[in-house]
Each structure stands twice: as C-alpha cells, then as structure tokens.
Design a protein around this ligand. Structure first.
Ligand code: EPU
Length: 338
C-alpha cells in the first residue's frame, strides 16, 4: 500500500524527521516491478532504502521512497568445506551474521552488529576489524530499473574498494539489489589480527576463541564505542578514513609522532579520520541538537530534533578544520539525499 506524506524518522538511523511524498514497502521483485511500471511514478524521483543506516536526509523527499523488505536465507550449495547462502536484500545484516554464527559458517563474524540490511551491504562494501563483505562475496542479483530485467553481478563486476562499489558510481540509482550470495566456510580461519579484538578476547580471558566468542567480542567492542541508533541517531562512521602517500604521512609523523596509520599498499597508508578529528578538538563537541560522539569522533550524532542540514553544516566545519590543521581532506562515507 502506498502511503502519502509520511515521516521518514523511523526509516533512517540518524532519526531525521524528513517527509516522503510517497512511501511503499515491497517484499518481492514482482511487487517492485509493478510499482516501477506504474505510470504515476515513471518520472518521479525515487529513493530505495534498506535499514536507512547510511543516509543523511537533507530535505523532505518529493518523490517515492521504496523500502526493500525481501526476506529469506537459502542454501544454494553445500559441501564438506563450505556453503553458499543467498539472503534477501531486506534481511537485517546482523540477523544474517547470527544465522551464520549459529550454524557455524565462518566469514562474517567480524561484521557483527553493523546496522543496515543485506541489500545495502555491498553498496559500500561494509567492513570492520580486518574483514570486508568482498572477502565473502559470491554474487548478487539486482533489478535494472529501466529494463526491469534481473541482472547478476559477480565479484569483478561489483568493483569493490574501501567503502566503494559500482553501486555508488556508474550503477547508482540504476539498479536495486534484490539478494546477495555469500561464500562461507565450515572450517574457516578466524581473523583476530585487529588489535581491539585481541585485547577484548584477552580481557574475556579467552585464548583459543570459538566463532561465537569472536562474534561476542566484536559486539562488545562496537557497543563500547558506537552509539546505539535506537537511543542516539547516527549512521556509524560519518567519514571515510583518508588514504595518503606514505611520504606525506612521514611528514605528519614528524609533527604528530603518535599519529596512527594502516598500510594500504606500498605507496599509501590510511589515517584514522577519528584520530584526526579528535586531535583537532571535535570529540564530544555539540552544536544544538547535533554533535560529535563522545567515544568515537568519526561518528556524528543527532541528539533528537536535529536536521540533515545541521549535520551537514557540522560535517563541513570538521572537514575544514581537519584540512587547515593537517592539509588532509576527509570525505563523507554517508550518502547525502536531497
Ligand atoms: N581514534 C581516535 N579517536 C577517535 C576514534 C578513533 O584516536 O575518536 C583512533 C583509535 O585510537 C585507533 C584508530 O583511530 O587508533 C582507529 O579507530 P577504530 O578502531 O575505532 O576504527 P576506525 O578506523 O575509526 C573503522 C571503520 C569502522 C569499523 C572500524 C573497526 C571506516 C570509515 N570506519 O573505523 O566502520 O567498525 O574501523 O574496523 O573505515 C562504519 O563504517 O560505519 C564503521 C563503524
């Protein structure tokens, strides 16, 4: 059923109270095709949403918002080493992770508790604690919104990068992801390289962790640093960590010997934007209804009643201040709508 003039507040984790002119939830590709074929909406602006966890609504949306609620997790193939699972785009990402952990399928445990849906996950190649969705990705099916044909995207075709995919570029607004297939292992290796995981496991006094224990450690780290969107509006990391030449980082180190970094390749390193923002004095800063999270400076928050424009204005001030201090540009990870 199509609703009119509804608030999108429950549908975006920032909790921005923008309105949609039209809104519909769909749970099948057939329904999606029907909606997209309606004469009334042929030329309307459209916004496809999953969990609404990576968008910033700047204005009311004068078009049709389509919430994808295609459900289901199916086994495509299985052998003694592993399994391929196909999950509907509307499955809550963390529910999918828990399904895998409960069935002892290895591969996505480090991605526990990331907000959002399965269908949104490939868009920005979600990642955490040394794992990205591309590492377990098999393929996905997406509806071409012009031809209404279902097309398959393999790993190569998705062009995954750090918080990047073809769906943020050439394929933007041209496809709707319907389902995603993942390649998971039965005798997988746990990825415990990331310092915070090691530290948390040792605090839990666990030296030889199980799949479930790694999942619990990740949940505990995320809960300690990242605000729960049900309590404080946010969309996780607001900015991407900038990648800069190693030579430039060496210069930065002369001035800031404690500056952290992660290697990207032989020429580039990634500098945690959270560190840059904190050192520039923004951590915990509040401006009216919006601010910078007290425990992780990479996360912007809406304390309630904040608007998309207020968040954007704060983000721009932070970008400017970081650039003035270090000469480093930081760019949003979140999609601005409107
Ligand atoms: N740091 C600070 N101050 C802060 C935040 C971080 O100094 O306020 C420093 C930390 O001390 C640490 C470093 O920055 O040395 C990295 O911090 P953290 O481990 O929290 O990770 P991050 O680089 O800030 C990225 C992802 C997160 C993901 C974590 C863990 C991006 C944009 N963000 O954050 O992803 O959970 O690594 O792997 O790459 C998300 O995308 O929404 C997200 C939460």
């Amino acid at each position: 059923m199509i609703k009119e003039n509804i608030s999108l507040k429950p549908y975006n984790t920032f909790g921005i109270d923008a309105k949609a002119r039209f809104f519909i939830s769909i749970d099948s590709v057939e329904k999606l095709k029907t909606i997209l074929s309606l004469e009334q909406f042929k030329s309307a602006k459209k916004l496809f949403i999953g969990g609404g966890s990576n968008l910033l609504l700047l204005n009311d949306f004068d078009g049709l918002v389509i919430k994808i609620e295609i459900s289901g997790i199916d086994k495509v193939t299985e052998n003694e080493n592993g399994v391929i699972l196909k999950a509907g785009a509307g499955v809550i990402w963390h529910d999918f992770v828990m399904y895998c952990v409960d069935n002892r399928f290895y591969g996505v445990e480090n991605l526990s508790l990331i907000p959002g849906t399965v269908g949104a996950a490939p868009m920005q190649n979600i990642g955490a604690y040394g794992v990205e969705i591309k590492d377990v990705f098999e393929s996905l099916e997406a509806l071409n919104t012009s031809t209404l044909e279902v097309e398959t995207f393999n790993l190569e075709k998705c062009r995954f990068g750090y918080r990047e995919s073809i769906f943020k570029h050439e394929a933007k607004d041209k496809y709707v992801i319907l389902n995603v297939s993942f390649n998971l292992q039965k005798k997988g290796n746990l990825n415990l390289e990331y310092g915070a995981i090691k530290d948390t496991l040792s605090q839990m006094q666990i030296s030889n962790p199980t799949l479930k224990e790694v999942c619990e450690a990740v949940i505990s780290i995320r809960k300690s640093k990242l605000p729960d969107p049900a309590k404080i509006g946010n969309s996780g990391s607001f900015f991407k960590n900038p990648e800069i030449p190693i030579t430039r980082f060496e210069k930065l180190k002369e001035k800031y010997p404690n500056a952290p970094s992660y290697p990207v390749n032989e020429n580039l390193v990634k500098v945690p934007a959270g560190w840059l923002i904190e050192q520039a004095g923004w951590k915990g800063h509040r401006e009216g209804n919006v601010g910078v999270h007290t425990k992780q400076a990479l996360v912007l928050v809406n304390y309630g009643g904040g608007t998309g424009s207020e968040i954007k204005a704060l983000a721009e001030k932070i970008q400017k201040s970081v650039f003035e201090k270090y000469g480093i540009e930081i760019n949003p990870e979140v999609n601005f709508i409107g």
